[in-house]
Design a protein around this ligand. Structure first.
Ligand code: SF4
Length: 241
């Protein structure tokens, strides 16, 4: 079994003990610090997901990816998929990134970058590659702390200038909330800043090493997850894009 989040380990252990009656069963995955290897489509993740690189040089204090998979982007063999989960695709070499986009151009489904694209690394040639994908892909950026704001705004402007629109809800932004120095007023300010920059935010509540969210954040964050709650006047988004 591959387990992504450490807070799912108790339930995973329960399930593993049931499977153990049928055959050898082992728990691995990010939750137990397994270093990721070559990605096999359909193995542990649903069809359509792909991971073409692992590791990240940004070394964000709240993130386990670089601690587990390394502080450089390790390029892997490129396997087909339409939902790219790489830790930091834009930290890869130009040759790798162009090969990934060649693979994405073959896909019959709308491409999504739910692994996130790091705003500070977004260059005009990346935007050209993104714009070349039809239909227009769903892009996820991040605005977690004050230092992210300027690169995030620049990335939004580049993408809006290239044709992404706020009402399509296809320009999304993860916003980490509820970390030790955070307040709900400050988090709401970040979420509203994302909207004013032309993207649709999604609140991600921080969990410490123990996997526990600070009290009061879980219920508060619910209003900041689904686009239909964030933009009630345009709940469905613009399907023409
Ligand atoms: S940029 Fe993303 S993947 Fe990289 S360290 Fe920060 S949160 Fe983790």
């Amino acid at each position: 079994m591959s387990v992504t989040f450490s807070w799912d380990l108790p339930e995973s252990e329960r399930i593993a003990s049931l499977w153990a009656e049928r055959g050898p069963t082992e728990i691995g995955g990010p939750a137990v610090g397994t270093v990721g290897g070559v990605f096999e489509p359909g193995e542990y993740l649903r069809e359509g997901y792909t991971i073409t690189s692992r590791g990240c040089p940004e070394k964000c204090w709240f993130c386990a990816a670089w601690k587990r998979d390394g502080a450089t982007a390790r390029e892997l063999p490129i396997r087909d998929g339409w939902n790219v989960l790489d830790d930091n695709l834009l930290a890869c070499s130009e040759a790798h990134i162009r090969s990934v986009f060649a693979m994405l151009a073959r896909q019959t489904r709308r491409v999504e970058f739910t692994g996130g694209l790091h705003s500070a690394r977004l260059k005009p040639w990346h935007v050209d590659l993104l714009s070349g994908l039809k239909p227009r892909p769903a892009i996820w950026l991040a605005y977690d702390e004050a230092a992210d704001l300027e690169p995030f705004r620049i990335a939004c402007k580049m993408l809006l200038d290239a044709g992404w629109t706020a009402k399509s809800h296809r320009l999304r932004c993860y916003v980490l909330c509820g970390y030790p120095s955070d307040t709900q007023a400050a988090a709401e300010c970040r979420l509203r800043t994302v909207i004013s920059a032309g993207a649709t935010p999604m609140a991600m509540v921080y969990r410490g090493k123990d996997g526990v969210e600070a009290e009061g954040w879980h219920a508060w964050a619910r209003q900041w997850i689904r686009p239909a709650c964030i933009h009630p006047a345009n709940a469905a988004g613009d399907r023409r894009e």
